[in-house]
Design a protein around this ligand. Sequence first.
Ligand code: GUN
Length: 308
Amino acid sequence: MPKVLARILDGSAIAAQIKQEVAEEVKRLAAQGVRPGLAAVLVGHVPASEIYVKSKVQTCRELGLYSDLLTPPDTVTTEDMLDVVRGLNDRDDIDGILVQLPLPRQVETKVLLDAVLPDKDVDGFHPVNAGRLQAGRPALAPCTPAGIIEILKRSDLPIAGQHAVVVGRSDIVGKPMAMLLLHENATVTICHSKTRDLGAVTREADILVAAIGRPGFVTPEMVKPGATIVDVGINRISTREEFDRYFAGNAKRLAGFEKRGSTIVGDVHPAAYELAGAYTPVPGGVGPLTIAMLMSNTVRAAKMRRGL
Ligand code: GUN
């Protein structure tokens, strides 16, 4: 039987399109004297967080949003952080507040996230927004799952009536992903580490979302041929043994791996992509959408706060 090549879902192109739309909306708002503003709080020196936040602030600049970067030291206390967040809640030039995670151990993350004004919670992490989302009310939804819906819709992939299987039940991706898919009329199953015969469940998926945080966790025998695979994982691997497990024979990847000493693998084993009808690659699939949706959420928050 001739092999049909899986369609690669280009997250970078879709993110570029969304950012373009956001930039146009920012221009329209400027004509009304409104400039959406995002405050990013980056604690200490976590290298990955520094890269993400830099990229978020840079994207604000590119799209014409106002941004403010706050950088408390890694010795900061929960009380200090509460003061920072409350200050941002009160500022009229700030529409969106982003507290980059993870926070140092001594800071109580949930206490802090609960202190962000729900209407400025552009990450969609506040329980009020989780509740609004599940109740089907207008809500700021977490950026990564919201971006995945955009990928599916803008790629003309059907959601309604499809069996969507979400592997992973985090508050940031898995749970809100399931809720957004349900609102799009998918039949949704949530799986996790305790799911019995996980492969039997994932093989039923028309849309398979992998958000477990374990490299190459979804293997070919777990995939129904022709399924849409959405790979949320970003796992850095740095040994040659790991490299060969996922990318043996991939000369282009090997060149990058040897140059940088590491590469990124998703939660889906690359061999499983070959069975898919369509899939999001890593990198360049889901990742770029997270920042695009953060910008979109900030503009939305700015408009909601002004009743526009
Ligand atoms: N850390 C990793 N991903 C995210 C995210 O989407 N938002 C925040 N605030 N922190 C993160």
